[in-house]
Write a new protein. Structure first.
Ligand code: BTN
Length: 259
């Protein structure tokens, strides 16, 4: 990957700006700094390697050189998008799912925003918000996809089983064309954020639907129930053994199937 190939791959997308870094600590950190410096909406930071990639819940995200797709998109939400800010991570996950589906693989979303292939994690999304006073000034949507098998961290360090796109596809996957497809899908779904169409497509790709799952919300006892679907606001609906529907809002949530 280099800046020239990246520019060519994204030439028909209206990027706000584009930065390619051969190596970086975290593309989210580089994007946060650029946003503070006035980056325009839909500006992108892409790197071939992260030395301090960040995951959700303060975890590390492994991005060895040349093996993964790691990027952060800077969005300047419109007024009407600000109240839907919690849905931007799902937007990122959905865009990745669609790009993977173009490669004839069936991807699913482990609520709220991990992308799975054959029930193994292939992509994570870390969205960070920058506030100015009581308003969201910018959103950084950071996306990491395990493209080559060497992007998958050692099994003993994983909280959830993982895989790579190439392992599942059984053939090489071009990272730049994958990035292009993700960005196109993101642009297509962004105006539909929070609409029934967005809700339905997200719900249709939900992993473990109808299965019994265990959900741990930080600081609370874990609960299990049948994964019933998504609430209108994107919350997770769990059916308790007594048949009650429980709605779980976004937060630091860990979800796994009960086997
Ligand atoms: C998760 O924990 O599942 C979220 C992982 C998000 C990783 C991506 S890689 C690009 C961007 N830069 C980071 O430091 N993190 C995100």
């Amino acid at each position: 990957m280099d800046k020239r190939c990246l520019k060519t791959a994204l030439k028909d997308l209206p990027m706000g700006g584009l930065r390619y870094l051969k190596t970086v600590g975290s593309t989210n950190d580089a994007a946060l700094a650029w946003a503070a410096d006035g980056a325009a909406d839909f500006s992108l930071v892409v790197s071939d390697e992260q030395t301090a990639g960040r995951g959700r819940g303060g975890r590390r995200w492994y991005t060895p050189a040349g093996a993964a797709l790691a990027f952060s998109l800077i969005l300047r939400p419109q007024v009407e998008e600000r109240e839907k800010a919690s849905l931007f991570s799902a937007l990122g996950a959905l865009a990745v799912v669609e790009a993977i589906e173009k490669r004839a693989l069936q991807a699913e979303i482990k609520w709220p925003n991990d992308v799975l292939l054959r029930r193994r994690k292939v992509c994570g999304v870390l969205t960070e918000m920058v506030w100015v006073g009581d308003q969201i000034d910018s959103l950084i949507v950071g996306i990491g996809v395990n493209v080559a098998p060497s992007a998958v961290p050692p099994a003993e360090s994983l909280a959830f089983p993982a895989t790579s796109l190439e392992t599942e596809a059984g053939q090489p996957v071009n990272r730049l064309s994958l990035l292009r497809d993700i960005l196109f899908a993101l642009r297509r779904w962004r105006p539909l954020l929070g609409t029934p169409a967005f809700h339905d497509v997200w719900e249709s790709r939900l992993a473990f639907r109808g299965e019994t799952v265990e959900v741990c919300v930080e600081g609370q006892p874990s609960r299990s129930g049948q994964l019933a679907g998504l609430g209108q606001d994107g919350s997770l609906l769990l059916r308790s053994p007594a048949g009650e529907i429980l709605s779980l809002p976004f937060g630091e949530v860990h979800l796994r199937p009960v086997v």
